[in-house]
Write a protein that binds this ligand. Structure first.
Ligand code: NAD
Length: 510
């Protein structure tokens, strides 16, 4: 089964992890090997030869050369290139979605959904390629025109996490491409095959139509090349998606060299349920948010704050729903299953450690809380009660399906609790009370980058800007005006008069 998925995407047992451009994959075989593991079975899925220093140097040089051509290609023509990528992804959606499910461990519908997200951002980028608008403004000087325009910034470095092994690349690289940039990708060492397959699909489509190379790839056996990448002054923007721990280092290092970084880091996302909430909507939203992708989404629901008058009812309904999920945990490529494994053994260890810490802090495990005895990295989704929002374990993101359920009396307290964590990614309220919904969305409400009403915390659409505040890093990707992060803004003033008036009325008479 895994063999047929790999071969459908042109992957062999051993693959090069370095795309050098011009249809050329590096022959390097002495820089280490990555062996991604199927988290469902523990078997090695394939081998990927890591990139060497020489590969990295060649990629950056070739990317610089490609940029010289691409930056002056008209943006709508750049959109044409991305249209071809989106079409190629449509053709390969089923196979790539299966590979994502296989290698990352998410369900097949979620794997397909991730590829659909690539297609959607591709379509969005095509339209955007005609809408990279700058403003014009009125000059204070007579006979002058003033406006701003957006130019590409050059090379965009993309470092991505294992849990969205392909969509995050497309969010960045497709938007960067229509902005006139060339991107270089270093994917997660846990999901290199999904990255190689995505590169093959998109670059073949570009090569066939004689477009220059827009996307390069390297895979690091350790983290030495990734660190060099972060420190490399030739990379105008480092877009990093991953943990707050690594992202903090990346942000600091890029700042040291006065480069730009776009950080998409961990979340500690919360749903508030008030006494007017429609539980027919709230319960499935909470369960999908907490359990979907086995709790390995940056937007996974990790905290639930329930008004005390409906607390018992909500908890009982959740426990019942979790029992249903427990019957549908298994091979994520089987569409009947709702939850797959954690991606790695370290993920299982982090889950068990968090459960132990929650218990030690006085928490009560109402459902789940243990690993499942079977091959692969399976755990039971957990519900924990009895902890306060300021408990240390509640304040941290554990990248696993653990939901901390707490009570509140006044809505103002609930909003304070929602905000009282170091992270600021996604948040929701379930209510039918208009005033509370608006208060939650107001300047005095949620402090997150994403705030929803009667929708869960996960499953964002590509049209909005995606990202979060505080330790989530402050970056924004995907839709809306997120494209501006991939360009440099230039203000232009043109004097078409016969005199040289100075701004602010300053006189300088020679
Ligand atoms: P991670 O931080 O362990 O790894 C992320 C990437 O950083 C990988 O490609 C890794 O190889 C690379 N890396 C490791 N050390 C590095 C270094 N010193 N310099 C440069 N790169 C280095 O994260 P992960 O376990 O792959 O992903 C899970 C985390 O990602 C969670 O915290 C999750 O919330 C976060 N995440 C955030 C978003 C978002 O949009 N906010 C999206 C997806 C995942």
């Amino acid at each position: 089964m895994s063999h047929s998925i790999l071969s459908a995407l042109g992957l062999a047992e051993t693959n090069s992890g370095t795309y050098l451009g011009n249809g050329e994959w590096s022959k390097t075989s002495d820089a280490g090997v990555l062996e991604p593991v199927n988290p469902t079975t523990g078997e090695v899925l394939g081998r990927v030869n890591a990139s060497s220093q020489a590969d990295y140097d060649a990629i950056v040089e070739r990317a610089q050369a490609a940029f010289k051509v691409w930056r002056t290609t008209p943006a709508p023509r750049r959109g044409e290139a991305i249209r071809l990528c989106a079409d190629a992804l449509r053709t390969h959606k089923d196979a790539l979605g299966s590979l994502v499910a296989l290698e990352m461990g998410k369900s097949k519908p979620e794997g397909d959904g991730e590829v659909q997200e690539m297609i959607d951002i591709g379509d969005f980028a095509v339209g955007l390629s005609r809408q990279l608008y700058g403003l014009t403004m009125h000059s204070e000087r007579p006979g002058h025109r003033m406006y701003e325009q957006w130019h590409p910034i050059g090379l965009v470095g993309i470092i991505s996490a294992f849990n969205f092994p392909v969509a995050v690349w497309a969010w960045n690289s497709f938007i960067a491409a229509i902005c006139g940039d060339i991107s270089i990708w270093k994917p997660s060492p846990k999901t290199p095959l999904s990255a190689i397959a995505s590169m093959k699909i998109c670059n073949e489509a570009l090569n066939k139509a004689d477009f220059p190379d827009l996307f390069f790839l390297f895979n690091d056996a350790g983290s030495a090349l990734a660190q060099q990448f972060v420190d490399d002054k030739r990379i105008g923007l480092i877009s990093f998606t991953g943990s707050t721990k690594v992202g903090r280092q990346v942000g600091e290092r890029v700042a040291q060299r006065m480069g730009r970084s776009l950080l998409e880091l961990g979340g500690n996302n919360c749903i508030i349920v008030d006494e007017t909430a429609d539980l027919k909507l709230a319960i499935p939203a909470i369960v999908f948010g907490a359990v979907g992708t086995a709790g390995q989404r940056c937007t996974t629901t990790r905290r639930l704050i329930v008004q005390e008058s409906v607390y018992d009812e909500v908890l009982a309904k959740l426990i019942t729903a979790y029992k249903q999920v427990e019957g549908k945990i298994g091979d994520p490529t089987d569409p009947a299953n709702l939850m797959g494994p954690l991606n790695s053994k370290e993920g299982v260890a982090a889950y068990l450690d968090a459960i132990a810490k929650a218990k030690a802090a006085g928490g009560k495990v109402e459902s789940g809380g243990a690993a499942i005895e079977r091959p692969g990295n399976f755990v039971l989704p957990a519900i924990v009660t009895g902890l306060t929002n300021d408990a240390e374990i509640v304040q941290h993101e554990t990248f696993a399906p653990i939901l901390y359920v707490m009570k509140y009396r006044d809505i103002a307290d609930a909003i304070d609790m929602q905000n009282a964590v170091p992270q600021g990614l996604s948040s929701s309220i379930f209510t039918t009370n208009l005033k509370r919904a608006e208060a939650f969305l107001s300047a005095a409400g949620s402090d997150c980058g994403i705030a929803n009403v009667n929708i869960g915390t996960s499953g964002a659409e590509i049209g909005g800007a995606f990202g979060g505040e505080k330790e989530t890093g402050g970056g924004r990707e995907s839709g809306s005006t997120a494209w501006q992060a991939y360009m440099r803004r230039q203000t232009n003033t043109i004097n078409y008069s016969d005199s040289l008036p100075l701004a602010q009325g300053i006189k300088f008479d020679l």
